[in-house]
Design a protein around this ligand. Structure first.
Ligand code: BGP
Length: 467
């Protein structure tokens, strides 16, 4: 693989930006069904059109280039490529991604391609989705189709985006399809099958001897224990196992964390799906790099009292809920009064960028890391020219980036940074009011794009750091 400069880019995901939900042979996805039919889609928004990247990709890619970016992170829609999840290939889907990849390359943007970013084909969801081990083989087949179609030009691949956050929302919070709530068995089973599927796809990629690298993207879940905590070591170990270890240890070390199975069994959580021969799959499926989506930390203390409960906010200013969890006899998240939160009740904590990178280095050594997402969601009103003065976003992202530079000075092997998101797009369950883009999208006027103040700030920052 050719020597890469530091990658400065921005990111999107297929369901969140493409629209064209039923065009050109695309199959039905689990999110299509959820957003059309489920009463749990509380804001009523769908990804049917979104910012219509399907028809605006040339403009978006040109704007990234003009903004000084040299890489674009995006995901492929599994059901656009394999409408039934396996078997029949939709050539029109392949052709669309060929156009996107070629357009990136013509504009000097390194494509960084994720195979799975939450959007499961409905045909596989109907068989039990990630809870059914059959998904592992289906994912391997899908990955191979993509490597063979695009691997001559794509040099950076990601197997799965945020296996933990996805498993958490779909099995613990219950806000993502298939909407299971506080189901510890299904949470760990999903995580396990994601880890296994990622390892199988990674091994296939390496066998094909293509010119590139493959990694996994983890939502950095750096655990911090509040000072008054009575059993800091015990709860840190549990929280780390709950959030991080299954994904990171399998992907980077090629093995399950040793304490996982005894811990699950002690807590009467199902482990029946774990097969001893899986050890070889993990050993042969080690990633070349780690992607980290950095937003927040997990600030925890001892469990106090009450039933296990999860706290989440998909209503923004319409709710006072703060994001968190209380797990009976394990631990609970707590509030640090000195740390700000966004209107969706999530901490804004730039220092977690440094802490998470140092922790990865300490635990896993010198693995290459890309910050595959970092950004700020807020409500926004444009001025009379359609311009958004998003100083809050600029200040926040600058804080995280400064900590990234600090980590690099301390020896962390960071190879790139991607702003979330390239342009305004669908925010899972939250709809369209929560905006993250460097570019504003006027959803009511043909999805017209207008760069925000942050777009120009990012352009300047890149210029300064590429000298
Ligand atoms: C990450 C996801 C993205 C994106 C982002 C913002 O977890 O990988 O897909 O959505 O978070 O989250 P949200 O849209 O829920 O605010």
């Amino acid at each position: 693989m050719k020597q890469q400069p530091f990658l400065w880019g921005s990111a999107t995901a297929a369901y969140q930006c493409e629209g064209a939900w039923n065009l050109d042979g695309k199959g039905l996805g689990e999110w299509d069904v959820f957003s059309h039919e489920s009463p749990l889609n509380i804001n009523g928004a769908t990804g049917d059109v979104s910012c219509d990247f399907y028809h605006h990709y040339e403009e978006d890619i040109r704007m990234m280039k003009e903004g000084g970016q040299n890489s674009y992170r995006f995901s492929l829609s599994w059901c656009r490529i394999l409408p039934e999840g396996r078997g029949r290939i939709n050539e029109q889907g392949i052709a669309f991604y060929n156009r996107v990849i070629d357009c990136c390359l013509e504009n000097g943007l390194e494509p960084n391609v994720t195979l799975f970013h939450y959007d499961l084909p409905q045909a596989l969801a109907a068989e039990g989705g990630w809870a059914n081990r059959a998904i592992v083989e289906a994912f391997e087949e899908y990955a191979k189709v993509c490597f063979q179609a695009f691997g001559d030009r794509v040099q950076l691949w990601v197997t799965i985006n945020e296996p933990k956050y996805y498993a958490y929302c779909s099995n613990m919070v219950g806000n993502y399809p298939p909407n299971h709530k506080l189901d510890f068995d299904r949470y760990f089973r999903t995580l396990y099958h994601e880890a296994l599927a990622s390892a199988r796809a990674t091994a296939v990629y390496h066998q094909l001897k293509l010119d590139g690298q493959i990694g996994i993207v983890h939502d950095s879940s750096n655990v911090e224990v509040a000072p008054q905590t009575k059993q800091p070591e015990r709860i840190r170990m549990i929280a780390d196992l709950f959030y991080n270890r299954l994904i990171l240890d399998t992907a980077i070390r090629g093995e399950l964390p040793g304490m996982l199975v005894p811990f699950l069994q002690e807590n009467e959580i199902d482990t029946s799906y774990i097969q001893s021969s899986d050890a070889l799959i993990f050993a042969q499926g080690k990633v070349d790099f780690l992607g980290l989506n950095v937003y927040n930390r997990f600030y925890i203390t001892d469990y106090t009292e009450g039933e296990t409960e999860v706290f989440h906010n998909n209503q923004g200013a319409g709710s006072k809920a703060k994001e968190g969890i209380r797990i009976q006899n394990w631990y609970e998240t707590t509030v640090d009064p000195t740390t700000k939160r966004n209107l969706w009740g999530r901490e804004i904590y730039p220092r977690c960028m440094l802490n998470t990178l140092l922790e990865i280095k300490e635990r896993y050594g010198d693995i290459s890391v890309y910050i595959t997402e970092n950004g700020h969601g807020c409500y926004e009103t444009p001025d009379e020219n359609g311009m958004v003065q998003d100083d809050e976003r600029i200040e926040m992202m600058q804080g995280y980036i400064d900590y990234m530079f600090k980590a690099m000075e301390l020896g962390c092997q960071v190879r790139g940074y991607y702003a979330w998101s390239t342009m305004d797009l669908y925010s899972w369950v939250n709809g369209y009011e929560k905006r993250y883009g460097l570019v504003r999208v006027d959803f009511d006027n043909d999805c017209r794009r207008t760069p925000k103040k942050s777009y120009f700030w990012y352009q300047k920052l890149i210029q300064e750091h590429q000298k």
